[in-house]
Design a binder for this molecule. Structure first.
Ligand SMILES: *Cc1c(COP(=O)(O)O)cnc(C)c1O
Length: 403
């Protein structure tokens, strides 16, 4: 790739240049490993952004997909879809939620959560509330409503006018939160670890206060589990670490092992807010998508993926803290389970590029944080290899990174 094309599509590409792509074409994946079109092998510590949580092409999920491809691809949500019922039951059996709406992406899952919260207040409670409070540095998606919910200006530039009814407050600021609640407030929406925002775990005391406030003031608590869910942080859902039960939560990334699917889950009292015809999606919960969800959830539970993520995460975190101790470029190492951020004192783009050269794929979370998102089934040997590559890269990092 020439410099001229850096940050755009390759010359002659017919794609919009919405992604500043790395100069690598990956063509094959298995477990924690990826291969490019030149035969180079990479240890995958980003998992397509917390999507391929069971590694690439996990057998049980692949078998379910191939079986379903032979039987039926698509009908319509005007019919009963047995796989969709079964996948929803599996999710409600393994959480406090009592109803599931399937869609095709994280943004759509959050869009449905916002719609559900508004409609519950307006149609069930009859109080006309519509405002959603979100947090600085949050990320909730790219549709108009979800980019408006997102607490980062860069995703909003040039897309106005934006929908009304969103307020933002700084994370961990209880006074600002209480001041932002009005008789129009419908819900508070939050990630348990701000992932895109820099791998920032929310303090337990703040989460508990938030949950208490929601109960007292009749607000709905929406937790965006799109990146933190499906075992990533060491529990099936990250809110389980905090001993709370959100009214609504959303899933996507790890839910389909790489097959595009999202879901909005809610407590029983919200069911009547989504009556027939009030919300829908042509492709939401197809026989194929929900065969994949069912196999993914069964594998996560069968393989004890959340527990493994907790144990591997503790080991990985310990190794990083030990091996990177005293490195002047490393400011902090934080996260939960297998969502770990190495917070640096400068831009980390060259660390990502150097990792690629040395056979390790990691990703940023904001300009100064290296984010590690390995498969939940990663082995000790694979963790040791990744730590050894990272240690050598950071050892070469004498001055703040240049780029
Ligand atoms: C990725 C992500 C989304 C958006 O999901 P898409 O599938 O890209 O629409 C929303 N919220 C969080 C926390 C995410 O990490």
């Amino acid at each position: 790739m020439s410099d001229m094309n850096k940050g755009t599509e390759a010359a002659g590409s017919s794609l919009f240049p919405t992604y500043a792509r790395y100069p690598i074409s990956l063509v094959k994946g298995e477990g924690s490993w990826l291969w490019d079109d030149k035969g180079n092998k990479y240890l995958d510590f980003m998992c397509g952004l917390a999507v391929t949580n069971l590694g690439h092409a996990p057998k049980q999920v692949k078998d379910a997909l191939v079986k379903q491809l032979d039987e039926l691809w698509h009908v319509s949500n005007l019919f009963h879809i047995p796989n969709q019922e079964a996948a929803a039951k599996l999710l409600t059996d393994n959480s406090h939620a009592e109803a599931v709406f399937f869609c095709n992406s994280g943004a759509e899952a959050n869009e449905a959560a916002i719609k559900l919260a508004r409609r519950y207040h307006q149609k069930v409670k009859g109080n006309g509330r519509y405002e959603i409070i979100t947090f600085a540095q949050s990320f909730h998606g790219r549709t108009l409503a979800t980019l408006t919910a997102t607490g980062q200006e860069k995703v909003k530039e040039g897309f106005g006018p934006l929908p009304e009814g969103f307020r933002y407050i700084p994370l961990h600021d209880i006074e600002a939160l209480e001041a932002a609640i009005t008789d129009k407030t419908a819900a508070i929406m939050i990630e348990m670890i701000q992932a895109e925002g820099g791998v920032i775990p929310v303090e337990p005391a703040f989460v508990q206060h938030l949950a208490k406030l929601c109960k007292e003031r009749g607000l709905l608590l929406i937790i965006d589990e799109i990146q933190t869910g499906m075992g990533r942080t060491g529990k099936l859902f990250a809110f389980e670490h905090y001993g709370i039960e959100p009214d609504i939560f959303t899933l996507a990334k790890g839910l389909g092992s790489g097959f595009p699917v999202g879901a909005t889950l809610a407590k029983g009292e919200l069911i009547e807010a989504f009556t027939a015809g009030s919300h829908g999606s042509t492709f939401g919960g197809t026989p194929i998508a929900t065969a994949v969800v069912k196999a993914t959830v069964e594998t996560i539970i069968g393989e004890k993926a959340p527990q493994r993520a907790a144990e591997s995460g503790e080991y990985l975190m310990g190794q990083l803290r030990e091996k990177l101790a005293g490195n002047p470029f490393v400011k902090d190492i934080r996260g939960k389970g297998l969502m770990i951020g190495i917070v640096c004192s400068g831009p980390v783009a060259n660390i990502i590029a150097e990792g690629q050269k040395r056979g390790l794929l990691v990703v940023t979370a904001g300009p100064d944080v290296v984010r590690l998102l390995p498969s939940l089934l990663v082995s000790r040997e694979e963790i040791d290899q990744a730590v050894s590559i990272l240690t050598s890269i950071f050892a070469d990092q004498t001055a703040p990174a240049q780029l």
